[in-house]
Design a protein around this ligand. Structure first.
Ligand code: PLP
Length: 394
């Protein structure tokens, strides 16, 4: 298997750790330790047990008969929506919390935009009895009240961030500032395959349980342990990284990432980083991002909060650049239509993020006997307000 990532954390020209000098010891400590801890029997046992007994893994690989009929191919849904707290996010959070404990860290900090990663982190901190502080832009605190309430109920402290645009990127800056000031006993728990090395690799490894399960489940269902296509939506890129991971070196498998194009790739309101972005540095790594000609990070827009991010994980920038994976864009409206379509066809109301992956099925050249796995990253409960709005004119 050719190595995807260099020792310094580069996927080709992307990745690396572009961090303030003050953070160097923290990042170095994590880099030195994460692989050996993840590979230790003790970690693997605890991780496996929590994934099964707490998260509910393995998640089913469901043959979607009516969707298959409508899409003209054999469609399987990997049911990450059935994970505790409603998405794949908990896989990563549990893994990093176990890592933090082994690194003798006493406090967990995290940043959150829509609040999904914050809720997942607050959940696992409650489970493990770890103090949890979540940084969240003041604007997001106001927009995402139910998630703020969940975090508080789970015992986390939510710190509203009042600087800048008062959204995710400012929350990230604030979390980093806090970490610089409290380096010794704090673990910064990042929610996607983004940030400085080793986070993208760490998160991809923790989420790779998704593709490990797909292999086994397909073998049983189809008597072959690989699909023709894997489709996953991409915000920072963690559910896609997990779904792709064990197939990256298997050229028989076409890897399809789906970005949110918002109101369209040629509009101002988009989150389609690969389609509209260029190379630069964001949140500690070199990757593709949406930026103005003078290098200011643009604000992203998507109907789905989880895809509303102006960058993309460096692994995806690399897979796109080398042509190993293809990234397609889906608009707000296409995603909304796909949510209704899936709900009526299969009795599954997806998260708006995951609906982007469903919507792309209509854009692929599929043959009747192609086996397609769509990673259904999360469930739609959190999006009911958006769904209600979309139905007001039905
Ligand atoms: C957060 C989230 C995403 C996007 O994050 P990735 O790191 O790109 O996976 C996708 N789907 C759901 C349901 C989410 O909550």
């Amino acid at each position: 298997m050719p190595r995807l990532i260099s020792n310094k954390g580069f996927y080709g020209e992307f990745g690396g750790a572009y961090i303030p000098e003050m953070l160097y010891p923290n990042i170095e400590e994590l880099s030195q330790n994460y692989r050996s801890i993840l590979q230790s029997a003790d970690f693997r046992n605890d991780f496996k047990k929590l994934l099964s007994d707490y998260v509910g893994r393995p998640t089913p690989l469901f043959y979607a008969a009516r969707l298959s009929e409508s899409a003209g191919a054999q469609i399987y849904l990997k049911r990450e929506d059935l994970c505790h707290t409603g998405s794949h996010k908990l896989n990563n959070v549990i893994g990093q919390a176990l890592l933090a404990v082994r690194m003798k860290k006493k406090n967990i900090i995290a940043e959150t935009g829509a609040g999904q990663h914050g809720v997942a982190t607050a959940t696992v901190c409650a489970l493990m009895g770890l103090p949890c502080t979540v940084f969240m832009g003041e604007k997001d605190v106001a927009r995402q009240e139910p998630n703020v309430m969940r975090m508080k109920m789970l015992g986390a402290e939510v710190i509203p961030v009042t600087s800048g645009s008062r959204t995710l990127k400012d929350a990230t800056n604030e979390a980093i500032r806090y970490w610089i000031n409290n380096p010794a006993d704090t673990y910064y728990l990042i929610g996607s395959t983004i940030g400085p090395h080793p986070y993208p690799d760490l998160v991809a490894r923790l989420q790779s349980v998704i593709s490990a399960e797909i292999k086994k489940q397909l073998k049983k269902a189809e008597n072959r342990d690989y699909p023709d296509f894997i489709v996953a939506c991409v915000g920072g890129g963690s559910n896609a990284a997990g779904a792709f991971y064990h197939f990256i070196n298997d050229r028989r498998v076409k890897l399809i990432g789906v970005e949110a194009s918002g109101e369209g790739v040629s509009s101002d309101k988009t989150a389609a980083t690969i389609s509209t972005g260029s190379t630069g540095i964001v949140h500690g790594c070199r990757t593709m991002l949406m930026q103005t000609p003078d290098g200011q990070i643009k604000e992203a827009h998507s109907i789905s909060a989880g895809l509303d991010y102006p960058g993309i994980g460096p692994m995806h920038a690399f897979l796109s650049n080398t042509g190993r994976a293809e990234y397609l864009a889906v608009t707000d409206k296409e995603a909304m239509d796909a949510s209704h379509h899936l709900s009526r066809l299969e009795g599954i109301i997806p998260a708006l993020e995951s609906a982007h992956a469903i919507a792309v099925l209509g854009k692929l050249q599929l043959k009747r006997d192609d086996v397609v796995v769509v990673n259904l990253s999360g469930r739609g409960d959190k999006d009911m307000a958006s769904y209600m709005e979309s139905m007001s004119d039905l």
